[in-house]
Each structure stands twice: as C-alpha cells, then as structure tokens.
Design a protein around this ligand. Structure first.
Ligand code: CMC
Length: 433
C-alpha cells in the first residue's frame, strides 16, 4: 500500500514559484490538503458547494459515503439506534461520550428543568396567522429566544453555552409541538416531565386538555428512532450554516434558527415533506413510470424526492434502519396494505433497478422512509421537517459548541471568483440607455 503523503506541491504553468502545502490526516477518512496559507501566495481555491473542501476539523461524526458508514464519536449508528435513547445520543454528541447511569439521570433532569417556555412566548406564537407553516413559526420562535435570555449573548463562557444547549434541547419539542397545535387551533399542551423526550413530544402533539391521552409505546419507539437517526450528520448545509453564523460570535438562538432555516429547503430536511407530496402527486402505481421518466429528463427540473445524497454513494445507513422501522410500524399498525405505502415500495423497487439511478448510485435516503413512518403515525406532512429540526438541534448544538472550543476557529469568510464588470465610471441618469 502506498504511504500517506505529508505534503503536496502546486506548480503553475507560468513563472510563478511552486507552493508546498501540508497534507493532514484525520483518525478516519480522506486526507485533506491544508490550504490555509495558500492565500498568502496570492491564489485561492474555487469550490462552489464545498464539493472537495473540508470546512473544519471535528471529533463528532464520521461518514464513509462509499461504504455507507455513519459513526457518532466512534459508535456506529446501527448500535446507537438499537440500544440508546435520544438523550443518551444527544449527551454523546454534545459532551463527547455516552453517559453513565448517574450522568444519564442528571442530564435528563437538567433537560426536564427547561422544557417549559417563558409564558410571554405564547404571544410570539399568537402573532402568526393560523395557516403559518410550522417551520416558519419554529424558525422565528427559536430566534426570539435570544430576547428572553439576553445573558446568553456571551458565547465565550462555557457554563452559559451549556445552559443554552440545555434550553434549546429541552424546549425544541415544546416549540415544535406548539407550532402544530397553533395551526389546528387547539390549546397548547404543556410538557409532562414524567414522560421520555420522545413521548413528551407525541403527548404535546396529540393530547388535548379534555381527555386522557396515553402515548402508544409502538409510536414512541419509532419516534425515538427517528430522533436518533436525525441527530447529527457532520458538515451538511444546516450544520455548516450554524457554524458559519456562530463563527461571528452570534448568540446560540440566532445560530440554531439559521440552521433551521437552512434545513427547511427541499434539497435538505424539507425532502421528507417533499417525498410525501410527491407520492400523493404520483397517486397510483400506474403513474410511476411517468415520474421516473421526468426525474431522468435533463430538461425537467423534477427530481425524485427522497433519493440521492451528496456523501452516500451507497445505501444511507440511516435509510436502511428507517426502512426496517417503516415495515415494523406499518405492520404493527396494520397499515401494510395502505395504498400510499405500496406505491412507495414499488417506486423504491423500480428506481433501485433503473440504470439511471444505479449508474449514479442514487439510493433512497433516510427522508424517503421517515416521511412514510411519520404519516403512518398520524403526523401531518407539514411537521416532518420540524421533527427533523427538533432532532438535529442536538447535532447543531454539539457542532456549535465544538467550534467555540477550537483554537483554530476564525470567522467564516469565503473568497470568490469575481465574474462581473471590470471597473467602469458612473453614468448620469440622463445618459443611461
Ligand atoms: N432524482 C433524479 N436525479 C437525481 C437525483 C434525484 N433525486 N439526485 C441526483 N440526481 C442526479 C443529478 O441530476 C445528477 O445527474 P447528472 O450526473 O447526469 O448530471 C447526478 O444525479 C448527481 O447529482 P448532483 O445534483 O450532482 O448531486 P448532489 O450531491 O449535488 O445532490 C441531493 C444531492 C441530495 C441534493 C440530490 O440527490 C437531490 O436533490 N435529492 C432529492 C432531494 C432529497 O431527497 N434530499 C434529501 C437528502 S438526505 C437528507 C439530508 O441529509 O438532508
């Protein structure tokens, strides 16, 4: 096997002197060329979409897209999804390791202490139209938290960062559930701290003050899994957004609100909602071929939602687990013959066998299955991305906190390749064409 390079030399096809750059190796994964000093030589790199650029170093999550591996702090996602609960995974991401029994209890207690929202926040919810999309409400309410906890603008104090992390993690289910309650005109349901994190969210979503509501253990287990599978995914668009906003020293609520905004897009967290919309639009197995043809047509902007991934060129390991959960939940709920589920399974089969998708290594991603599971659980489409945001809050906090402890952290400030007009003189209005 070839030895690992430790440096690389860039040579130019003119009289510019060659530049030598170090090559860095992580614990796992590809080596990276350290180009930080390249700018001093008057040259920059060009990489829209960060196709080949590592934006930071991180100890939190590792993905091998070729093999389809995902590890959090070294633990494979399959083992975490099978054995841990969401708060243990959040502890692992944020604090660096799985909690022991005492730490687990203390972490849960600390979260419980922060599940309620400041009462004045009800007015923030009430300022919205009833038909507001839950993501529009959530992004605003999370941002508005900065107005309730002004002391948290100090991001250099680790203790304050820890309190911010607890507040965000603890209040995320309440904010998400209330964004839904508001749109359906039902009273807000307060958190019940005797319930687990996953149960509490389902309780606040589905309970009403007028009758007893018992959270189904089947649904709670499936929901716990959804949360774990979405908890972190290294430097994706929303996490990179959180880091970029955070790099200026912005308060944690502004950073997480920015992450939520980025997640909302259909190419990212919005894909679960878009997948279900697409399945509804396809409507019947007989129409699948037409949609597959559209997805392959370069003159049509339509893409098969819930398929493909920037990093995975193999089955997304989260999708494999979610697929299994999907079958379990639909079986347990007696929904296996549901026409929409049958349609989804047929689409999955056709796409997996189609040369276009095979050649491009486009597999169903986690959002393809999570949307189906959430629909079966009675969760409306409009809440799918909100639930993704709720789970990803753990990862965003961990990455934001890591950034603040990294001594090499600098304000994020990309360069550009300018392609506009060269310098020209101002034209008075009467002389303009
Ligand atoms: N349907 C049809 N063609 C596709 C799809 C798709 N879903 N995804 C990629 N392609 C094609 C694309 O047209 C291109 O073809 P060609 O090489 O002939 O030009 C090739 O596959 C590579 O695509 P790309 O756009 O260069 O890939 P990317 O890494 O920039 O995009 C993606 C990744 C996830 C944005 C994209 O696959 C996509 O839009 N998928 C649908 C949306 C979706 O499901 N997103 C959820 C991602 S997983 C959850 C998360 O982490 O946020």
């Amino acid at each position: 096997m070839a030895t690992k390079p430790t440096k690389v030399t860039i040579s130019f096809d003119n009289d510019r002197a060659p530049v030598e750059l170090p090559v860095l190796s992580g614990t796992l994964g590809n080596d990276v060329i350290d180009i930080r000093k390249l700018g001093k030589h008057g040259i920059y790199t060009y990489d829209p979409g960060f196709l080949s650029t590592a934006s930071c170093s991180s100890d939190i999550t590792f993905i091998n897209g070729e093999e389809g591996n995902l590890y959090h702090r070294g633990y494979p996602i399959e083992q975490l999804a099978e054995n841990a609960n969401f708060l243990e995974v959040a502890h692992l991401l944020i604090k660096g390791d799985l909690p022991n029994a005492k730490e687990k209890k203390n972490f849960s207690l600390a979260i419980e202490r922060h599940t309620m929202l400041h009462d004045q926040m009800l007015n923030v919810f009430r300022g919205f139209r009833r038909d507001a999309h839950p993501m529009a409400v959530i992004v605003s309410v999370v941002g508005a938290m900065a107005a309730f906890y002004p002391e948290q603008t100090n991001v250099t104090d680790p203790k304050l960062r820890e309190i911010a992390a607890l507040r965000l993690l603890a209040k995320a289910p309440t904010i998400a559930a209330w964004s839904y309650k508001y749109t359906i005109g039902q009273p807000f349901v307060y958190p019940q701290n005797k319930l687990s994190y996953a149960e509490n969210f389902l309780y606040m979503m589905f309970a009403t003050p007028c009758e007893e509501y018992v959270v189904s253990p089947i649904l709670a287990k499936a929901f716990e899994r959804i949360l774990i599978l979405h908890a972190d995914h290294e430097q994706n668009a929303s996490t990179s957004t959180v880091r970029l906003v955070g790099s200026s020293g912005a308060n944690p609520f502004a950073c997480i609100a920015a992450g939520i905004a980025s997640l909302w897009g259909p190419a990212h967290g919005g894909a679960n909602e878009a997948t279900l919309k697409m399945l509804d639009e396809i409507g019947d197995v007989s129409c699948i071929d037409e949609y597959i043809a559209r997805a392959k047509d370069k003159n049509d902007s339509f893409r098969l939602m819930g398929f493909g991934h920037r990093v995975y060129r193999n089955m997304d390991p989260r999708a494999a687990i979610m697929r299994k959960t999907c079958h379990e939940v639909l079986n347990e709920l007696g929904l296996h013959d549901d026409p929409m589920f049958k349609l989804a399974m047929r689409l999955e089969k056709i796409a997996l066998e189609d040369e276009y998708f095979v050649k491009r290594k486009l597999y169903p991603n986690v959002d393809f299955y999570s949307g189906i599971v959430m629909r079966a659980m009675g969760i409306p489409n409009s809440m799918f991305t909100a639930i993704f945001a709720l789970a990803r809050t753990a990862g965003w906090i961990a990455q934001w906190n890591e950034m603040h402890t990294d001594s090499s952290n600098k304000i994020g400030r990309p360069r550009q390749l300018y392609t506009g007009e060269a310098k020209r003189d101002f034209v008075p209005i009467d002389d303009r064409k």
